[in-house]
Design a protein around this ligand. Structure first.
Ligand code: NOJ
Ligand code: CA
Length: 551
């Protein structure tokens, strides 16, 4: 691949589309009501062929007590029996690779499960060799925790362990014990975990909660937040009452990221297969986000850009974000966009089902790598979960703020049959099936040429075939009098020039195109217009988006 690189050619993680599978919710192959790796394997042709994505990111499938549904790992180098075994994982990688699809696994570096053997050893005594693999401190003389740090999932980030009378640090649940990345033995062990999966042929990693791997070495208090509103895009209760400057993102993180990157680069240099490091780090300040590519692009290939999750769904706000993001990127850095994931309300719920089509068009036409969350291709909405079926510990520990992530984790609807073809009809799925199953399922939407799934497939096909969309430049168009609700941009490279026009408003728009701009319609979110020359003015219906070829 590398010997064919033209100046503007791109590697798979640049021109490709990443699809996130939450394995618990995708397809249950063995009929216990919980999705598994064999289920993903069953659906590989849907992903590679029907849909046509380039890479699958698998949320954690490692052995875990499932306190946080796999983000509490008790063994980094195996598969939880709920999800299958290593042989099934290998078969999935082989099937994906045979179809040209890459596999990205989730890497959870910041914390293990409290059931991990490392933590079990660490807690056993103050002088155990693993003691310093985690962060242990004495309480203050009055018995209170060593500092004021709050856990994301509620309460103090410190938990007392009576066995030794000290407290350990946990940025999330008490069952998710923070590793001490300042200990070189911990870093070496975690780099070995990367090697373990690289040896099993994975193409990259989505790295979890990276900000947490580097904290203030003196463990100083976080300052109080007078606003009591977080920088994050949702209200998180007491967690928002402090400014999280000391419990995350210490400057040393950059060295740690470079160490991880070196491991990936060595594999890439050895066999010529590009690997990707995608980082989950919630930073909304764009110049700060840009620093996570590394001073010499030697850290993350793609620090997740969560800007679209936080912004109001409005043309100007989004255009301003994209323009600012483009301008903020360090030379050579590659952009990326995220519209949804297993921690966020679904896009169709956030912006409405009609606008979900517009959102998909935006995601798949902007410059950079899109990450698509499972079932968003169907326009699936959040599924209400009654209290007696609640699963997410966050929602339960911090009640009243709508923090539960259960609604966006409902089973993938494959058919209109009972239990959606996710699991057998007589088995209770781990989360409820969506109530609008009759329309929102793969089978029904495949049979409907105007469905959201048909739109997503067409957009993916258009994108794949288009050099301008996969690797061309981006330039927003604006002129006095352009309606506020309209966002126009051009994607172009030496081979083609495309116009993307999005109407974020709920009224129809007529946009007079500048003289000399001759456009031919290629695709509309409504999927009801034939390819045709666009006269001098572009007519956009409410929430309609189009892609057109420019002469
Ligand atoms: C971010 C993950 O996306 C989320 O699901 C998880 O709960 C936390 N990190 C802790 O690992
Ligand atoms: Ca199962």
């Amino acid at each position: 691949m590398s010997d064919r690189r033209e100046p503007d050619a791109a590697v798979w993680w640049q021109h490709g589309v990443v699809y996130q599978v939450y394995p618990r919710s995708f397809r249950d192959a063995n009929g216990d009501g919980i999705g598994d790796l064999a289920g993903v394997l069953e659906k590989i042709d849907y992903l590679s062929g029907t849909l046509g994505v380039d890479a699958i990111w698998l949320s954690p499938f490692y052995p875990s007590p499932m306190a946080d549904f796999g983000y509490d790992v008790s063994d980094y180098c195996d598969v939880d029996p709920t999800f299958g075994d290593l042989a099934t994982f290998d078969a999935l990688v082989a099937a994906a690779h045979a179809r040209g699809v890459r596999i990205i696994v989730d890497f959870v570096p910041g914390h293990t499960s409290n059931q991990h053997a490392w933590f079990q050893a660490s807690r056993s005594s103050r002088d155990n060799p693993y003691r310093d693999w985690y962060v242990w401190r004495d309480p203050k003389p009055d018995g209170s925790p060593p500092n004021n740090w709050a856990a994301t999932f509620g309460g103090s980030a410190w938990q007392r362990d009576d066995l030794t009378g000290q407290l350990y640090l946990h940025s999330y649940l008490p069952e998710q014990t923070d590793l001490n990345w300042r200990n070189p033995a911990v870093r070496a062990a975690m780099l070995d975990v990367l090697r373990f999966w690289l040896d099993r042929s994975v193409d990259g990693f989505r790295m979890d909660a990276l900000g947490r791997i580097a904290k203030d070495p003196l463990l100083r208090d976080n300052p109080v937040n007078p606003e009591a509103t977080g920088d994050f895009h949702k209200a998180m209760g007491d967690y928002d009452r402090q400014i999280h400057v000391n419990d995350q993102r210490h400057e040393d993180i950059h060295g740690y990221l470079a160490e991880m990157r070196t491991v990936l680069d060595r594999y890439e240099a050895a066999d010529g297969r590009p690997r990707v490091a995608i980082g989950e780090i919630h930073i909304y300040d764009l110049s700060e986000l840009g620093r996570y590519y590394g001073a010499t692009l030697d850290e993350l290939h793609l620090p997740f850009n969560f800007g679209l999750l936080k912004l109001p769904w409005a043309a100007r706000a989004i255009r301003d974000h994209v323009d600012a993001y483009e301008a903020s990127l360090p030379p050579g850095a590659w952009p990326n966009y995220v519209l949804g994931n297993h921690d966020e309300a679904r896009i169709a719920t956030r912006v409405g089902v009609g606008h979900a089509r517009l959102a998909m068009l935006l995601l798949l036409t902007l410059r950079g790598t899109p990450t698509l969350y499972y079932a968003d291709e169907l326009g699936m909405e959040d599924v209400p979960v009654p209290p007696e079926r609640a699963q997410d510990p966050w929602g339960m520990r911090v009640p009243g703020l709508n923090l539960s992530r259960d609604p966006e984790r409902a089973p993938m609807p494959w058919t209109a049959q009972p239990n959606a073809g996710f699991c057998p009809p007589d088995v209770e799925p781990w989360l409820p099936i969506a109530p609008d199953l009759a329309q929102v399922n793969v089978e029904t939407q495949l049979g409907d040429p105007r469905s959201m799934l048909s739109l997503t497939r067409q957009l993916l096909a258009l994108r794949r075939a288009s050099p301008a969309l996969t690797r061309g430049s981006y330039r927003a168009l604006d002129w006095p009098g352009l309606p506020d609700t309209c966002y126009l941009f051009v994607r172009e490279n030496a081979e083609e020039r495309l116009l993307v026009a999005l109407n974020f408003g709920d009224d129809a728009l007529e946009v007079a195109l500048p003289d000399g701009l001759h456009a031919t319609l290629l695709l509309s979110t409504r999927l009801d217009r034939p390819e045709a020359a666009i006269p001098g003015a572009l007519a956009l219906r409410p929430a309609e988006g189009i892609v057109a070829r420019l002469a």
